[in-house]
Design a binder for this molecule. Sequence first.
Ligand code: DC
Length: 268
Amino acid sequence: MNDTTAPSTPQRLLIAIDGPAGAGKSTVARSVAERLGIPYLDTGAMYRCAGLMAQEAGLVPPLDEADGERLAELLRQADLRFETTAAGLRVSIDGRDVTAAIRTPEAGEMASAVSALSAVRRALVPLQRTMAEASGGVAEGRDIGSVVFPDADLKVFLTAHPQERARRRLGDLRARGIDATLDEVRRAQQERDLRDTSRRDSPLIVARGAIVIDSTHMTQEEVVQRILDELASRIPGVLDSIGGDAVKSRNYGRLAHDKGAASGEEEF
Ligand code: DC
């Protein structure tokens, strides 16, 4: 049989980027995807949609697995769409634009709460796999290298000092007109880190074989370059042969669910 771990043709290049909130994953993942001309998959946006749907369904934390089953069913029926536009990722649920609604601090809290529910993960992980199956992509989240795509061509664990992460996050929030203090952001971040790293199902960990990049003293461009260099050293010629700008506007829409899940590895 052929080597199933390395169908790393340019058409199906898979890069997994995991790390805690505020490490700069989204900007870096988007930029790497654009440079490689492959799709960008923001799995956090999916959990944020799930959080918003939970809120709208009147679910209030602490949530239990019965809430999770109910939410998973709603997710299976929903039409979730993620489109890369010039203005960034556009997210909709059943045709309703929720791009801004899923980015509030409250939506982030709710996303973290629902992401601990196994039924919700069982509904979303297959969707993530199906989305990247056809054309590959740069996927970012918490369990991409450990659970969703353990055979990715490159696995990155992107982190930064908590103080720096909080500072960046505050900058993001203020840029979107949301007021907060550094202290509030740091406290919320600490709680979210704890929840994301200590949950039973698919906690945030450094996946086996992942390279760890600490971006505390790096610019975004330096991080992107480091990832591209690492990729080029693993797959010689990869940077010359991929789609580039020609396919950068490829979108992910809603696709069918399939089956399967794996488990995480090393401790974070
Ligand atoms: O990356 P983000 O802040 O948009 O993610 C929101 C929440 O979703 C985060 O607190 C943890 C959860 N999440 C997850 O459990 N697994 C992923 N692959 C991505 C996000």
